[in-house]
Write a protein that binds this ligand. Structure first.
Ligand SMILES: Cc1cc2nc3c(=O)[nH]c(=O)nc-3n(C[C@H](O)[C@H](O)[C@H](O)COP(=O)(O)OP(=O)(O)OC[C@H]3O[C@@H](n4cnc5c(N)ncnc54)[C@H](O)[C@@H]3O)c2cc1C
Length: 294
């Protein structure tokens, strides 16, 4: 398909893949083992996994799948989440911090394995992930994080060398990380989900859940029944009064820029300091494109 870049206010992922057009729910629907609300990475992979287990599942999306947060992410696959491990060990202990790190590390391998097993070309590239700082006063917190991450068996080290076009005082580097094209990956997973009998309803906004056996998922277009309902809508639609207090909206911007020469960083970067800067590059039109935002 023809990419709608350059100049459009659209993510690289949405601009370089076809739009989806799964049918909406048109009347009260079937009864399912599991109904999953939300067609981002959480909902699609959950639906796919349950369907593979032999359950009868439906995925309900108010808009189009992979068009919300997951369609606008920077799509770094990494167990590195800013300077989180020092904090996690401090707050929750080593065992929980380790489980979190291992689950994140395992997810990278799982995505690669799933893409390969389904034959999905999703521009999966191994890349090192870095949290960098330009402020020497922050080096101690970076070094503390290296120590914490290493103690959990994560592939962390301290470095002053990056392939950024500006100098960094230092960075924590995680090897064995990756980056990918989230829509190419998830469109392939969704196609396999449909092929194995899964059902996707787009343009079907979930409004409420009546817990029962089976539970009822009320949508703008009708009702579905399911033994279990999984909410993967990111923004909660159910028990809003409870969740509203714990959620807030955050907006960030990213640009995709084609450089005159190949000076694209191959590593993935995020700044330790505010305002947060996130940087990486991605294959684009036989060359690459620089993605940076914050
Ligand atoms: C700018 C940016 C950069 C990021 N970079 C990274 C990164 O590099 N690496 C990383 O791991 N994470 C990154 N993240 C975070 C990551 O993108 C998100 O955590 C992830 O995409 C969330 O996926 P999700 O499926 O939970 O939510 P979403 O992708 O938001 O999916 C939820 C879906 O639910 C639908 N929905 C909502 N309400 C209803 C309803 N009532 N009924 C039916 N459907 C509903 C929405 O339309 C949406 O499609 C980034 C996020 C942003 C914003």
């Amino acid at each position: 398909m023809t990419a709608r870049l350059p100049g459009d206010e659209i993510s690289l992922w949405l601009a370089t893949t076809a739009e989806t057009n799964y049918p909406p729910l048109t009347a009260d629907g079937d009864t399912f083992d599991v109904a999953i609300v939300g067609g981002g990475i959480s909902g699609i992979l959950t639906a796919w996994m349950y369907q593979k287990e032999g359950l009868k599942t439906a995925l309900v999306e108010k808009d189009h799948i992979i068009a919300n947060t997951t369609g606008n992410t920077t799509a770094k696959l990494t167990s590195q989440h800013n300077l989180v491990y020092h904090y996690l060990i401090d707050k929750h202990g080593k065992q929980i911090a380790k489980a979190f790190g291992q689950a994140n590390q395992r997810a990278i391998e799982d995505i690669d394995a799933l893409a390969q097993s389904l034959g999905i070309d999703c521009d999966f590239e191994p890349a090192d992930a870095h949290v960098y700082t330009q402020e020497s006063e922050r080096l101690q917190s970076i070094e503390n994080e290296v120590k914490a991450a290493k103690s959990l068996g994560l592939p962390a080290s301290f470095t002053k060398t990056t392939d950024l076009p500006f100098s960094a005082a230092g960075a924590i580097k995680f090897t064995d990380q990756a980056q990918f094209h989230p829509r190419k990956f998830l469109l392939g997973v969704a196609a396999d989900y449909i092929a194995t009998g899964g059902v996707i309803y787009e343009q079907t906004e979930a409004l409420d859940i009546s817990p029962a056996r089976p539970s009822i998922l009320k949508t703008k277009n009708g009702e579905l029944k399911a033994e279990s309902i999984i909410v993967a809508s990111k923004y909660p639609f159910w028990r809003k009064e409870t969740f509203d207090k714990a959620t807030w909206v955050k907006l960030s911007y990213a640009l995709g820029v084609v450089l005159r020469e190949d000076r694209y960083p191959r590593g993935m970067y995020i700044s330790a300091e505010e305002p947060v800067r996130t940087i990486r590059s991605h294959p684009y039109n036989k060359g690459r494109i620089l993605i940076f935002g914050g």
